[in-house]
Design a binder for this molecule. Structure first.
Ligand code: DON
Length: 314
């Protein structure tokens, strides 16, 4: 895949920002976590970091938002670094076809979640990352890992968001306890969930997020820093993002956008064009599947305008 000239890409970004500003159907902001409910629906940001390091920013690209489930990508990367392919004994690699917090499949599949991006899978990943640590240390390790990926130590975890979710996360509490009953959670559910809720509460801007996604664009390499994962692992994480990154709307996202992407209920999406670009978009209004309504539309416009798609020879 090739990149358009830098000036063309700037014009494309400007056009996307202008189009999104006109949009009246902006989706609904998530309200089940108190701290998310008050985010203004009129926000829109986009950041594109190219393989050569060039950065294109538009709209509210510098404003931090709650990355929520996008953190599952970084947590998975950390867990694979600790236990490697052993992880796949405890978590599957198939799309679930179900909403992110579904409990249905777990019974039929004996407490083994379908993939690491649905909540049950991400809770197992958090359990792996907690091994050998106190929860505070595991949360600190996750935060430092994201600092390293983004090259930015100003990124924080929002305690009020984590607390709000702990107070309302009854489904996640059920999922964790259910997996513990199957022996697929090795630590007490409340400790694992403490880590999970804190990773979801990472606040990052589109710029910081697109920077943190560079290793997935560059076959595992982090510019100026060395290797985060090997090329095969980067490829596989991208494959999981494409097939499972948007829950029961993953097929639709592949159809409309055609590149690996991971969404969060904060309204962010991290998307990767291998070898070409790491992209983050943010707009807090969600569509009926719980993914950013304008974020998805913006990425669709971007892939149309640039020809970026893992399914294209262009
Ligand atoms: O587990 C939860 O409910 C959230 N903290 C994360 C969910 C999320 O972002 C789902 N993604 N679209």
């Amino acid at each position: 895949m090739s990149a358009p000239a830098s000036s063309d890409l700037s014009a494309i970004v400007e056009n996307i920002v202008a189009t999104m500003a006109q949009e009246t159907h902006r989706g609904k902001v998530a309200s089940y976590i108190p701290g998310l409910a008050c985010v203004p629906v009129n926000k829109f940001g986009i950041a594109i970091v190219m393989a050569d390091g060039t950065v294109h920013l538009g709209g509210d690209a510098l404003e931090p938002f709650s990355i929520q489930s996008i953190s599952k990508v970084f947590a998975l990367t950390l867990a694979l670094g600790k236990v490697g392919d052993q992880l796949w004994r405890r978590v599957g690699r198939e799309p679930s076809g179900n909403p992110f917090n579904s409990i249905m499949q777990l019974e039929a599949e004996h407490g083994i979640p379908r993939n690491p991006f649905i909540n049950a899978g991400a809770i197992v990943v958090a359990d792996v990352n907690l091994a050998g640590h106190m929860p505070r240390e595991a949360i600190g390790e996750m935060l430092r890992f994201v600092h390293y990926l983004a090259g930015d130590e100003s990124i924080v975890i929002e305690e009020d968001i984590a607390r709000g979710e702990a107070e309302t996360g009854f489904r996640n509490i059920a999922l964790a306890n259910y997996m513990r009953a199957f022996g697929n959670l090795h630590h007490p559910a409340d400790l694992v969930l403490g880590c999970y809720f804190h990773q979801c509460a990472l606040a990052m801007s589109c710029q910081q997020l697109a920077m943190a996604g560079r290793y997935l664009m560059l076959d595992g390499m982090l510019p100026g820093s060395g290797r985060v994962v090997n090329a095969r692992r980067a490829r596989r994480i991208n494959a999981l993002m494409l097939t499972c990154g948007h829950y029961d709307a993953s097929g639709d996202f592949a159809f409309r956008v055609g590149i690996p992407g991971k969404s969060g209920v904060g309204g962010g999406i991290l998307a990767v064009v291998p070898g070409v670009a790491s992209i983050a978009v943010w707009s807090p209004g969600l569509n009926e599947n719980g993914n950013s309504a304008l974020g998805t539309r913006a990425l669709e416009m971007l892939s149309e305008a640039t020809g970026w798609s893992v399914f294209s020879a262009r």
